[in-house]
Ligand binder design. Structure first.
Ligand code: HEM
Length: 455
């Protein structure tokens, strides 16, 4: 007990000293409502954590990795004088895994960390979509976020080639064919990606994009994303009242928690758990390096991308779907995501009040999962129209029925509640205009949200 008191006092004193000497509270982000101490409110912070993890592990990998297609002098596990010597990029990866202490652990955590970052970015995206956080005034946050998601996928695409395995080389070739088919952008990015057309030109450019260009762009956009978040504040929970956008209640507005150290420590706690899980998984299931590009002894390597691009590869396997059609379809999805804040202009934020948009999002998730599993099970196998219809039609039809039923049930219950409220002749207290916050340290709710009549 005495020790605990002493410990807390000392910690407070040290923290006070740090705050005083660094002026840290001034660079802290704004305080947030106490009820946001739930993982669902900080999914973006988890993506940011995973980005930091990738930078740290990636910088260590750079100490060993050689971005060259030329054979190196070390034998890298193959007999000396082999007819098809391994390229330097593959050889340095092999060396890292087999000869550097903890090298396999480092490389595997970077790989699993990439999967986790992409997965978390999708979770953050769909959470925002379902909760309607893209609505006014957060349209720009949404658009910047969409670009961040694209760049995250770009990190995955460019990183895949770096170990220079035959598998990753084949998949990158297919990815490049698709990228070059992009209308307008294709001819522009073609020379940028391919360089002088040699294998070394391609590897050098993928390397530059993966370690410098995309991380810089990601960092700059992330800065803008967080600045927008800071100026709008965290999105209030979705309103179940279709007549009004939800605002914080008076009580919620009063109970704010400072960013430093509380929220920062909360996020750090999750970051440590994240790193622990990644190290645990990497220790249990270290990555096995597939064979290198040009290994004459390894014929018939299948062409398969990492899981997050499998859906696109499978789409090209559909009968009648050419690369142009596949690229066109993915562009339609991209434009839809970017323009979503302009397409869904209603005030309603609750998922039950946006049946059409919820239906489209659910179709998208299900399509993505189905195609990923399908692509993993039958890579490169052509799919004929009856098989396509057999899987997709029931999926979309059941989806439509479920969303319509939920919406219908909800409308009935809402009408009942509204009638009861009118009969009682009073407004629900939670939606009454919020009074001005008492404490000057608590920021006022964003101007858009403070005015119920804005739109
Ligand atoms: C590399 C990818 C991304 C990172 C690192 C990132 C990071 C963040 C962070 C740190 C926040 C603050 C709140 C929170 O932690 O959730 C945030 C909020 C937000 N993000 Fe992202 N984000 C990314 C991708 C996206 C995507 C793909 C979208 C949607 C297209 C998006 C839309 C938003 C919106 C609308 C907010 C405000 C949400 C609110 O106020 O509750 N972000 N993001």
């Amino acid at each position: 007990m005495a020790f605990e008191r002493w410990f807390n006092r000392t910690l407070n004193r040290v923290w006070g000293l740090i705050e005083d000497r660094t002026g840290m509270p001034k660079w802290a982000l704004r305080p947030q409502p106490a009820f946001t101490f739930k993982p669902s409110y900080w999914t973006g912070a988890f993506v940011a954590n995973s980005f930091i993890f990738q930078i740290l592990t990636g910088m260590l990998l750079l100490l060993y990795y050689q971005p060259t297609v030329n054979p190196t002098f070390t034998s890298c596990g193959q007999p000396l004088g082999s007819l098809s010597p391994s390229p330097g990029a593959w050889c340095s990866t092999f060396y890292l895994i087999h000869s550097v202490p903890m090298g396999a652990l480092l490389l595997t955590t970077h790989l699993y960390g990439a999967y986790a970052m992409i997965f978390l970015a999708f979770v953050h995206f769909f959470r925002g979509y379902y909760m309607g956080v893209y609505k006014r005034p957060r349209e720009l946050s949404w658009i910047v976020g969409s670009l961040l998601l694209l760049l995250t996928l770009g990190m995955g695409f460019t990183g895949y080639l770096l170990p220079y395995t035959q598998l990753s080389f084949n998949a990158t070739q297919v990815g490049l064919v698709l990228a070059l088919r992009l209308p307008y952008a294709g001819p522009l990015i073609g020379p940028l990606l391919l360089g002088d057309g040699t294998a070394q030109g391609l590897l050098s450019r993928m390397f530059a994009a993966h370690v410098v260009l995309i991380p810089l762009a990601l960092g700059a956009l992330l800065y803008a994303h967080i600045a927008l978040f800071e100026s709008h504040g965290i999105a209030p929970p979705a309103s179940s009242d279709p007549l009004q956008r939800r605002r914080f209640t008076h009580t919620e507005d009063q109970q704010h928690v400072p960013f430093m150290p509380h929220i920062l420590l909360y996020i750090t706690k999750w970051a440590l758990l994240y790193a622990g899980i990644l190290f645990g998984l990497a220790a249990l299931w270290p990555w096995d390096l597939p064979t290198y590009v040009g290994n004459l002894a390894a014929a018939g390597v299948v062409t398969e991308p990492d899981w997050y691009f499998l859906w696109l590869f499978k789409l090209v396997d559909f009968y009648g779907v050419t690369p142009i059609i596949a690229v066109g379809a993915s562009n339609v999805v991209l434009v839809y995501v970017l323009l979503l804040p302009l397409l869904d202009r209603s005030k309603a934020t609750h998922p039950r009040d946006r049946p059409l948009f919820i239906y489209l999002a659910t179709c998208l998730v299900e399509f993505f999962i189905l195609m990923t599993v399908w692509g993993g099970l039958t890579p490169g196998v052509q799919i004929l129209p009856p098989a396509i219809a057999q899987r997709l039609v029931p999926l979309f039809a059941v989806n439509a029925i479920v969303v319509a039923l939920f919406h219908y049930r909800y409308r009935i219950s809402y009408r009942r509640r509204l009638a009861a409220r009118e009969a009682a002749g009073r407004l629900d207290g939670a939606y009454a205009p919020a009074p001005v916050p008492a404490s000057p340290s608590v920021p006022a709710p964003s101007a858009m949200e403070a005015s119920p009549l804005r739109d």
